[in-house]
Design a protein around this ligand. Structure first.
Ligand code: SF4
Length: 347
């Protein structure tokens, strides 16, 4: 029997109208490739919203970006200002409506600069994601120690100021290092953790790296919000994040299982499963659908599915529910009929 991972308890941190941690649903984040000042961002934001992005991050390079946050419509998604080096941009972004800021305190200069960001965030009820970077250290043992020590120091600064609206993250492009470091961080802190494998690569290769890195941690019950980092359109990051979460039963929606096909196949499973995945990606029904190649083995192999089709002689399929045959379908009826059944499950 499948087990939903037991989540490690963390504090809850409010980001505008949503919550990270505290046992809440794991939130999906992405980052726009367009600048806040660039109107191309509108298309990216619409696609992210449609795909189910919970929280969107934008790069704040300069004063113009920070000021533009105020007038940009983020379609209801909380917006995170990503700051490097200039703490004044963090202050300006918060004052202009950023719902959260992401900083690496080690690149903000003097300690009092970070403290000024904390004071500003507290005044505006805005949380801070504190990132620790291990990119420049190559010794795995020392990296772990150095990252933990850095985070302890930064968290200590926040706590000394009475500020607890903190989300933590550890940045590594190595899958194994990502897993090890986050396990270590989760043993030390009870602040929510932001997971991701950075610079993971392309849609295909990067998805696998993220699925392993993020997935292994989620299976351990670690992680409160995730960002799948891909060299692809931002909405693809959200689609991949949903697949990772669904694979672990941590996200609702239609789950598709399909066979790899073999010489017994009587239906084009590859085309059917892909079409069904596209058609159901945003449908809010907790249901598992099987797409199987033949009626000889298909219904039996997929009896755990709520609903399924298996290819039949002549190019059509049989429709089955919990392994029990319901009716025969022509090739053209397969997708519409499945969607009709899925619709009845979502009511
Ligand atoms: S369900 Fe049928 S077609 Fe698919 S892998 Fe099994 S035997 Fe082959």
């Amino acid at each position: 029997m499948e087990q939903i991972p037991q989540r490690q308890p963390t504090r809850s941190v409010k980001v505008k109208n949503t919550v990270i941690g505290g046992g809440s649903r794991i939130k999906i984040q992405s980052m726009t490739t367009a600048r806040v000042t660039d109107d191309d961002i509108c298309g990216e934001l619409a696609a992210l919203k449609a795909e189910g992005c919970d929280i969107v991050r934008v790069a704040v390079n300069d004063v113009a970006d920070a000021l533009a946050i105020k007038s940009r419509d983020f379609l209801g998604m909380p917006v995170v200002a990503d700051i490097h080096f200039d703490y004044k941009l963090a202050l300006l972004a918060i004052e202009n409506g950023a719902d959260k800021v992401r900083v690496n305190p080690s690149n903000l200069g003097a300690r009092e600069n970070f403290v000024k960001v904390i004071h500003c965030a507290r005044a505006h009820h805005v949380p801070i994601r504190i990132g620790a970077n291990c990119g420049s250290v190559h010794d795995a043992v020392n990296v772990g120690q150095s990252v933990s020590d850095s985070l302890k120091e930064y968290v200590g600064v926040c706590e000394n100021e009475g500020f607890y609206d903190i989300v933590l993250s550890v940045k590594s492009s190595s899958v194994l290092q990502t897993i090890e470091l986050n396990r270590e961080v989760s043993r030390i802190f009870d602040y929510p953790l932001h997971l991701g494998v950075t610079e993971a690569g392309t849609l295909s290769g990067g998805s696998i790296k993220n699925a392993i890195g993020i997935g292994a941690l989620l299976a351990d019950g670690i992680g409160d919000t995730i960002r799948v980092s891909l060299s692809a359109a931002p909405y693809e990051e959200v689609a991949c994040a949903k697949r990772i979460l669904r694979a672990l039963d941590l996200y609702g929606g239609v789950k598709i299982v399909s066979c790899p096909t073999c010489g017994r196949k009587k239906a084009d499973v590859i085309a059917l499963a892909s079409e069904l995945e596209r058609a159901t990606s945003s449908i809010n029904a907790d249901i598992t659908i099987a797409v199987m190649g033949c009626e000889v083995n298909g219904p039996g192999e997929a009896k755990q599915a709520d609903l399924g089709v298996a290819g039949a002689v002549g190019g059509g399929a049989v429709l089955f529910e919990k392994g029990k045959l319901i009716k025969k379908l022509t090739k053209e009826e397969i997708i519409p009929e499945l969607l009709k059944y899925i619709d009845s499950y979502s009511k």
